[in-house]
Design a binder for this molecule. Structure first.
Ligand code: CP
Length: 316
């Protein structure tokens, strides 16, 4: 299939990040994801032929439970063939470059590639070499666009609108690709975003209308409509100036006591995996306000919508 034809048929060509996306694009994706959830994921027989005859590869160079599994399920629910390739065990271990690995996968006539890589920018570099759509499954500290989309979907589903919604993201913002995708997506939908972190983890280079930053979580909690809690990454614990686990929990942890100070209808999100008892308490995860399991469920429908739009399947 010539790539030009494919690109003409698709609403989007690649999904590398949410920076620069507009509200109409996001709304069309959210609407389509809602249909996928209602008509396919929510049914006992989860089958569609929208991507029958199409194939894509999940190429993951980092561990994943939620993203890889939900892309695989999303593809299968739409009738596509899905193959998983992990860096470990692939010919990258024999010295093959990531680019040659991707070119080889493309040569097998697949219709799309989902890539997760520890280095920021790898999906963008690969799409410059490839004729097939590339979906960023999370790259370094850059973006995790389908996580951003499923977070948007989860809040949109609960509140019906994101306009003037106040999202507070708390955690290691500096090293978080989820925070970046969330902030671009929520700002594009008319929300306000406050980033909260120890000073060493605030990304001071980002300046946007509607975006604020602080290290004082307790000052902003009462005004939050949504709190997105980020994982404290063990691999960052050796950073100079980083708080101890105990200090982090005391100043930035979403404890039961802090959760009680949120608005009655505030929502609590976490992209996973969680460090229970550090950035979030188990009791908070179990509260009605917690939408953590909705996020995971919605990841399938959102990724179905992304795959359908990128791989040009029917709306069936
Ligand atoms: N939220 C997220 O990206 O989870 P995984 O690392 O398990 O895919």
């Amino acid at each position: 299939m010539p790539s030009a034809w494919r690109k003409k048929e698709s609403a989007i060509n690649n999904l590398l990040g949410l920076e620069g996306v507009d509200r109409l694009f996001l709304e069309s994706l959210l609407e389509e994801a809602a249909g996928m959830k209602r008509d396919i994921v929510g049914k006992s027989r989860k089958k569609s032929t929208a991507l029958k005859g199409r194939a894509f590869v999940n190429l993951f160079f980092e561990p994943s439970t939620r993203t890889r599994t939900s892309f695989e399920l999303a593809g299968k629910y739409l009738g596509a063939d899905v193959v998983n390739v992990q860096g470990k065990g692939s010919s990258v271990e024999k010295g093959e470059t990531v680019y040659d690995t991707a070119l080889n996968i493309q040569a097998m006539q697949v219709d799309g590639l989902v890539v997760r890589h520890p280095a920021s920018g790898v999906p963008a570099q690969l799409q410059a070499y490839l004729d097939i759509p590339v979906i960023n499954g999370g790259d370094g500290f850059h973006e995790h666009p389908t996580q951003g989309l499923l977070d948007l979907f989860t809040v949109w589903e609960a509140r019906q609108s994101l306009r003037d919604c106040h999202l507070v993201i708390v955690g290691d913002i500096l090293h978080s690709r989820v925070a970046r995708s969330d902030l671009w997506g929520f700002l594009a939908m008319g929300a306000h975003v406050t980033l909260v972190a120890p000073a060493i983890w605030l990304p001071t280079e980002i300046r946007e209308t509607g975006l604020e930053m602080t290290s004082n979580l307790d000052n902003v909690l009462a005004a939050a409509d949504v709190v997105q809690v980020l994982r404290i990454q063990k691999e960052r614990r050796s950073m100079r100036g980083m708080p101890s686990v105990e200090e982090y929990r005391a100043r930035w942890g979403i404890t039961e006591e802090r959760a009680q100070r949120l608005k009655q209808d505030a929502l609590i999100l976490h992209p996973g995996p969680q460090n229970r008892g550090v950035e979030i308490d188990s009791a908070v995860m179990a509260q009605k306000a917690s939408k953590i399991w909705d996020q995971v469920e919605n990841g399938v429908a959102v990724r179905m919508a992304v795959l359908r739009q990128l791989m040009g399947g029917s709306h069936e």
